[in-house]
Design a protein around this ligand. Structure first.
Ligand SMILES: [Zn+2]
Length: 305
């Protein structure tokens, strides 16, 4: 049986939907706009408590024969919700939490995340307006090294689809998602494992040299990888896979399968899995290698310490 460990699953609690709907010009006047915003988005409003949402996700993962997933706390301060989900299903979920390094309290927040037994930090430079090698981030990488946390950094273009759909202005400044400046960090923190999502969104150039040398960078394969359609030297997913599989900095052992699943009723994004699986089959990737990408690489990464 093929085992799957999804490296990229957003845990969209009620709090997350409320946060985004309160920013929307259409719903910001309402006391709790979550239900109205969910209706507009065509999604089921998340249940009242995170445990119920975790149960829905486990059912959905079971239905799709997915063994495990990394759950993302994708707005600030969601670590308590993620903690509840991973406590209830310790064999199914591993937790990562979004942190804003420019927050003066960021170090305390990281310690709180550690105390709640989460395993990784999510950094979104374009969203919170910092470069990946800013001094504020360096402090967080030091904490990641100390507490053995994995660090996920979104480089390249960042789109927050839920914000777009709710008509909110994007807070993102894309220039901050600078891969070159993450490259310097790979050299400075060889003991820390970094993940960049969506194969690096076409911004891998500054990362390849240090990643060849230190082997501390992983690529998640998640989402539809729509960036391939513009400004990309790869014409399709198969070509992209072929390139990263041959690249010494990556290869099969540095790729982590992910979907970027978010909401119900859509649930787990089997479509994304099928498209990636087909690209790998077309390339003739062996089943042993496929199992590294789908499960074993990530399992090794999260149980390393
Ligand atoms: Zn995502």
């Amino acid at each position: 049986m093929e085992m799957i460990f999804d490296s990229h699953l957003h845990f969209f609690t009620r709090e997350v939907i409320r946060f985004y709907s309160q920013q929307s010009p259409e719903f910001s006047q309402l006391k709790d706009p979550t239900d109205c915003a969910s209706d507009k988005l065509g999604i089921f409003p998340p249940p009242e408590n995170p445990q119920e949402l975790a149960k829905l996700w486990v059912k959905e993962l079971d239905r799709n024969k997915v063994s495990r997933a990394i759950l993302f706390g994708s707005i600030l301060g969601e670590q308590a919700s993620i903690e509840k989900a991973i406590k209830l299903f310790p064999n199914r979920f591993v937790g990562f939490q979004l942190v804003d390094p420019t927050d003066p309290a960021a170090s305390d927040i990281v310690e709180d995340i550690v105390s709640k037994k989460l395993s990784g930090l999510l950094l979104f430079p374009a969203l919170h307006h910092f470069f990946p090698d800013d001094p504020a981030c360096v402090r967080l990488y030091e904490l990641a090294r100390k507490f053995k946390l994995i660090v996920f950094v979104h480089i390249g273009e960042l789109k927050i689809l839920i914000q777009e759909k709710l008509g909110s202005a994007s807070p993102c400044i894309q220039e901050f998602g600078d891969g070159q400046r993450l490259g310097r960090i790979l050299r400075k923190f060889p003991e820390v494992s970094f993940i960049v999502p969506h194969f690096g969104c076409g911004q891998l150039d500054g990362l390849i040299e240090p990643a060849r040398e230190f082997r501390n960078l992983y690529l998640d394969t998640s989402s539809s990888n729509s960036w391939l359609q513009h400004n990309s030297k790869f014409s399709n997913l198969k070509e992209l896979f072929e390139n990263v599989l041959e690249e010494k900095a990556f290869g099969i052992e540095r790729l982590l399968f992910g979907t970027d699943s978010t909401v119900f009723p859509r649930g787990w994004r089997k479509d994304i899995y099928e498209i990636q699986r087909k690209a790998l089959d077309d390339l003739g990737v062996t089943s042993t290698d496929v199992s590294l990408l789908l499960y074993k690489n990530l399992e090794k990464l999260v149980t390393r310490f």
